[in-house]
Ligand binder design. Sequence first.
Ligand code: ATP
Length: 251
Amino acid sequence: MKIIQASHLVKSFGAGDEKRNVLDDVSVEINKGEFVTVMGPSGSGKSTLLFVLSGMDGADSGKVSFDGKDLSSLKDNELADLRRTEMGFVFQKAALLSNLNILDNIILPSVRGNAKHTAKLTERAKGLMKKAGIEGLEERDLTQVSGGQLQRAGICRALMGNPNIIFGDEPTGALNSKTAAEIMDILAEINEDGTAILLVTHDAIVAAKSERILFMLDGKIASEMALPKFKGERLDERVEAVAAKMREIGI
Ligand SMILES: Nc1ncnc2c1ncn2[C@@H]1O[C@H](COP(=O)(O)OP(=O)(O)OP(=O)(O)O)[C@@H](O)[C@H]1O
């Protein structure tokens, strides 16, 4: 069962001599509940792929099906609904609003058009905060919490709609290694509960915790690597295997 089926995606930026394909005939499938990471050098098209697969940006050609729905056939409001109800997004910086406290930041995207359910949403947000290890920080301003706590809040916000997939662009990129590992543990738990995860990362340790790594080079998926589901053991060996693969393909 696939959550994403994308075929022959092409996307270019620039014009004339400057024009280049940032996605150059990329086809990729993500299974329901799968944990996939995307690696590759800076500028190889990783973020662009994430944006196109999540419908945040369109491709010049090619097709993306999300749970069987062709994204290009959806109207803007249908696409927005799909993103709100089926997808969660986590970025390097949590991009929370500085004039709201942590709790309000988490529930805000869900409250829109749904104001009469605020009490229920607050309850859900508090449950997620507990799971993410930030209970008690509801009333704090953004300046009163750490970077790791902000990222946990960002994950809670992404989970509010109970998505079937989480897209992450370097969600641990701005964190120290201990906090990054804690955030990865939370994402692994979410994945255990059946949510697919697609993460862009430069970090071999992050990639080593996934089930499949897509290596991008110059707008193409140059190689893939499958790994057994990570159960918390042999991480060093997995990281070394990822590093060896990266050396082999010249990343
Ligand atoms: N909106 C845009 N307009 C013009 N060029 C763009 C745009 N977005 C991305 N690009 C270019 O497309 C290429 C791929 O960008 P992308 O962000 O997908 O790469 P990436 O692999 O995620 O890189 P990084 O690891 O540095 O984040 C880059 O050369 C970038 O400059």
